[in-house]
Ligand binder design. Structure first.
Ligand code: 13P
Ligand code: ZN
Length: 269
């Protein structure tokens, strides 16, 4: 069967990175059933032939208007599709959409009419925000990491930057590779425009945000970058939990050690 990826190695490379990450999400236990979703902005790979492809779906409203997305194209995980399947067959468990000129609706153009993720309002709002601030980030990831979600069931951890500082202090690399920390978004209905709006507000200050009692949302240059940031935070959460399971409160790196790291790695404060 013909695919939009045929003879487009640069585009295929990005989609196959998504497939690779989908496999990791499943292996890590972060992607039960259809849990989690990924979108990537693929507009830079779009040529005249892609631009002339006809719609293979009805015009569908996004639920919100996103002015920076006019004429943009995204690869999106399909709703109800499983990461473990997407890992092997990305174009059967996801599709490419075109944002229409009203900036409020989309059509599917390839390969098959796989309906995009139910979290499309949040994903597209994040891409709209990133374009608006001139960012070169192209990927957005939502996933269900067990350890990080468990931590949001404890009220004191929901205060601003309590988790950021705790997770950073577990191992030096966490601040180095997730330098903007972890934002917290109080519980909102999954797939709602409310959740999308709360998410982009937090993106002003963070590349990774927690949706309370639901999951994580991360943005990055590409999908590996978004995944890596969640992975280092999850590693820190596991170190914390392991210490607690051994019966003690982990000491954490000292303020001096954190400061030394911050200077040496040229990290933001
Ligand atoms: P989708 O299957 O619609 O992508 O939803 C999964 C999910 O995690 C919703 O938050
Ligand atoms: Zn979810």
């Amino acid at each position: 069967m013909k695919s939009i990826l045929d003879n487009r190695p640069a585009l295929a490379k990005e989609v196959y990175k998504v497939a690779e990450v989908a496999g990791y999400l499943w292996q890590k236990g972060w992607a039960e059933r259809n849990g989690g979703n990924i979108t990537i902005n693929i507009t830079e790979f779009v040529d005249d032939e892609i631009r002339s492809l006809p719609a293979i779906s009805d015009v569908t409203p996004i639920g919100t208007t996103l002015p920076n997305l006019k004429g943009c194209y995204f690869y999106c995980k399909g709703t109800n599709m499983r990461m473990r399947d997407l890992a092997r067959w990305p174009m059967e468990n996801g599709s490419v959409i075109r944002i229409l000129d009203d900036c409020a609706s989309y059509v599917i153009i390839a390969d098959q009419p796989v309906k995009p993720t139910s979290e499309l309002p949040s994903h597209l709002s994040m891409h709209n925000f990133l374009i608006g601030k001139g960012s070169d980030y192209k990927a957005s990831l939502h996933t269900h990491p067990i350890d990080l979600i468990a931590m949001t069931h404890h009220k004191p951890f929901l205060e601003k930057d309590v988790l950021t500082n705790l997770l950073w202090s577990m191992i030096p690399e966490t601040k180095a590779f997730c330098p903007r920390g972890l934002g917290i978004i109080p519980y909102k209905l999954p797939s709602s425009v409310d959740l999308a709006q709360a998410t982009i507000k937090e993106l002003e200050d963070y590349d990774v945000v927690m949706w309370e009692k639901h999951g994580v949302c991360a943005v990055g240059i590409d999908i590996m970058d978004a995944f890596d940031q969640v992975d280092v935070l999850s590693k820190s959460a596991q170190i914390y939990m392991t210490a607690k399971n051994m019966g003690f409160e982990p000491a954490g790196m000292t303020a001096e050690q954190m400061q030394e790291m911050t200077v040496a790695f040229h990290l933001p404060k």
